[in-house]
Design a protein around this ligand. Structure first.
Ligand code: ZN
Length: 82
């Protein structure tokens, strides 16, 4: 139930964010690979917000512990890949 708090803490100073487990839709970093800046391709210390969003949805889709996550999903836009 402390997921939101944890997430917020991680957003503050993200070093090893669990969102790394998914690929970044923004910079296309592979899973477990750090995000890179668009310009020079340098590693970022943080993660792109889009990646965190993707991870949150991933968690919600996997139904682990985020079933109460306040993620606004207007319908199943992802098509349901299993
Ligand atoms: Zn990224």
């Amino acid at each position: 139930m402390t997921r939101l708090t944890t997430l917020r803490a991680l957003l503050g100073g993200a070093r090893r964010h669990p969102a790394r487990a998914v690929a970044c839709p923004h910079c296309h970093a592979a899973p477990h690979i750090a995000c890179t800046t668009a310009g020079r391709g340098r590693r970022m210390t943080g993660l792109h917000p889009a990646r965190i969003t993707a991870w949150t949805r991933h968690e919600a889709a996997s139904g682990s512990a985020a079933d109460r996550a306040p993620v606004r999903t207007p319908g199943a836009a992802d098509g349901g890949t299993r």
